[in-house]
Ligand binder design. Structure first.
Ligand code: IMP
Ligand code: MG
Length: 176
């Protein structure tokens, strides 16, 4: 079996959308500092690009959770693999994710972060697959809503590959 990548969102389109979100975040957080939390590894490309386009003061931290095995289906099990380095108490926190799929990872994560007493807590995701939602999640900033297809690129992987693609693509498998 071999794999092909079909372009879903070309690089220019993704970059333009990130620029627009960056401007929106800068307006919404005017006069404040925004504390970006990246959910590793998928959110890292998006967070770096977004951070470059935010004009208010920015600080950043990283955390890693695991919700998937090697495949393409959520197991509904969320484990904190790497916690934040710094407390978020009284900070204006913006969680930056690659994709909201079932919503299990994010609802767990947001609940946990809320308990640490941030001044505010919002969510920004590059991609959203609304058709797949199992658990409700309030998303404040969305890059793109996409259909129920497994995508890679811009931080998103399939078995740890393709994160480095500068565009979003759909992975297709050929029987050969
Ligand atoms: P959820 O808990 O089902 O919302 O899954 C969230 C996580 O699953 C994301 O942060 C991704 O790491 C991964 N994921 C969900 N859909 C995709 C996809 O289409 N491609 C790659 N990773 C995905
Ligand atoms: Mg992720």
């Amino acid at each position: 079996m071999s794999e092909r990548i079909r372009v879903l969102l070309p690089e220019e389109e993704v970059d333009a959308r990130i620029q627009a979100i960056g401007e929106q975040v800068s307006r919404d957080y005017a006069g404040r500092q925004v504390h970006l939390i990246c959910v590793l590894k998928g959110g890292s490309f998006f967070m770096c690009e977004l951070a470059k386009r935010i004009t208010v003061p920015v600080s950043m931290d990283f955390m890693a959770v695991s919700s998937y095995g090697g495949g393409t289906e959520s197991k509904g099990v969320v484990k904190i693999v790497k916690d934040l380095d710094e407390p978020i108490k009284d900070k204006d926190v913006l969680v930056v994710e690659d994709i909201v799929d079932s919503g299990r990872t994010l609802s767990y994560l947001l609940e946990m972060l809320k308990n640490r007493g941030p001044k505010s807590l919002h969510l920004c995701t590059l991609l959203d697959k609304p058709d797949r939602r199992v658990v409700d999640v309030d998303v404040d900033y969305t890059g793109f809503q996409i259909p129920d297809e497994f995508v890679v690129g811009y931080g998103l992987d399939y078995d740890q590959r393709y994160r480095n693609l500068p565009y979003i693509g759909v992975i297709e498998f050929d029987q050969d």
